[in-house]
Design a protein around this ligand. Sequence first.
Ligand code: MG
Length: 300
Amino acid sequence: MSVGVGIRIVGVRQSDGLVLVGVLSPDGTEVSIVTDLDTFWASPHGFVAASPTGATQQVEHVELVPPVVKSARVLCVGLNYSDHVKEGSYRDEPLPEIPTLFARWPASLSIDGAGIPVPSTEDGLDWEGEVVAWIGAPLVDATPEEALAAVVGYSTFNDVTSRRAQKETSQWTMGKNGDRSGPIGPMVPAAVVGDLRDGLQIETRVNGEVVQHGSTAQMIYGVGETLAHISRSFTINPGDLLATGTPSGVGYARTPPWLLHPGDVVEVEVERLGVLTNHIVDNTHRHQALFAAPNESEKV
Ligand code: MG
């Protein structure tokens, strides 16, 4: 798979808790500050098109975080690749005309390199390699074309799932909001990425073995259509995110099931967006994080 990666936008948390937005250098060792998070999301299309003018910092000396505002909604499409629908527990039902949507809180998001703990109630965690769209303009009763034009960037995402909790009831919230369970890669400007309907290759690997391989061209509900649909029920704000669903090959649908355990390494690679690498840790890391300084909790 080719890994042509362009501009990569990240959050940089300062020691006082303020989050700035920066652009990574091509080798990933430096970050050039653009502006603070709220200013960025007030005019994101302008900032992604301009060169950063702020100070340059060494990545090893700063804490990277997702460039997500606290008020952001993380909207997620379930069952958006037909081959994934066929492998799961909804396989005998007709494809719904309306996308299944669920929500994550921003508190569940983490970054490339983060350790993801297995909750004490789970036998392991499942992987879902995905693409996230970042929305850069308000959307109210938008057309699909207007909604797609509002997307300011895309990121590689892993919708890491606690399957036992997800399947325990009809609502998915408990299974989709585990601590650090939503690692999200740097944002790449939409103008660089192009249209997902043209087909970006997406691949998930566990300990180096390919477990998912698909193309974003296989999506049932497009980004524009899904955002337009949501915008008829509530206003989508700049800084909100849309996780676009996963291809087939998740762990629980395999025979026998295959879940992630402490020590495993899971990678999601999306063409033009880059590789997202995370390792799995045990539940004690959730308790340790309670006592760590805020700027340490993301690095466990
Ligand atoms: Mg998913």
